[in-house]
Design a protein around this ligand. Structure first.
Ligand code: ZN
Length: 177
């Protein structure tokens, strides 16, 4: 999908996060953990956008970021995504952070932090590890309240559906997946 340049302007992180949030909402409707991602070229062209589809695809790697990266590589005809920016509603996990490094993505923008599984500053900082051969520029906390709220809504409804709080969960902090 290509946005017409007139709508791009200086594509702000917030505008891109709004796209990622719409993807997260689609995941929510589908009963998936609501995480959404969009990846754009240096000029703001959308190369890929996706939401978590782990349940639908029965695939542990079907996180929003991985699906968006795969689309972007197909759009570019290359696994190298230099110059690209990944925008995702939740701080990426170790798998996705590793994929971002491997893809040579230039910049990562995320919404909510993930203290339980985040690998971009919370538990690990894979995307800025000087021992690896590529590092990303990172901006966290963009529209964090909205990004976190959709996750909390999902886990609240899931607890309600399972009746009485579910088994030994950890209440308010949304674990990602
Ligand atoms: Zn992930």
């Amino acid at each position: 999908m290509h946005l017409p340049p007139s709508q791009l302007g200086p594509t702000s992180d917030e505008a891109l996060m709004a796209i990622a949030l719409r993807e997260a909402a689609r995941a929510l409707q589908a009963g998936e953990v609501p995480v959404g991602a969009v990846i754009v070229d240096a000029d703001g062209t959308v190369l890929g956008k996706a939401h978590n589809q782990r349940e639908l695809l029965r695939d542990p790697t079907a996180h929003a970021e991985i699906l968006a990266l795969t689309q972007a590589a197909a759009a570019r005809g290359s696994w190298r995504l230099e110059g690209a920016t990944m925008v995702v509603t939740l701080e990426p996990c170790p798998m996705c952070a590793g994929a971002l490094v491997n893809a040579r993505v230039r910049r990562l923008v995320f919404g909510a932090e993930d203290p339980k599984a985040g690998a971009c500053g919370s538990l690990y900082d894979i995307v800025r590890d000087p021992r690896l051969n590529h590092r990303l520029e990172v901006t966290g906390g963009v529209l964090a309240a909205q990004c976190g709220e959709i996750l909390r809504a999902f886990f609240r409804s899931r607890r309600a559906a399972s009746g009485n709080g579910g088994g030994g969960g950890t209440a308010e902090q949304p674990a990602r997946r």
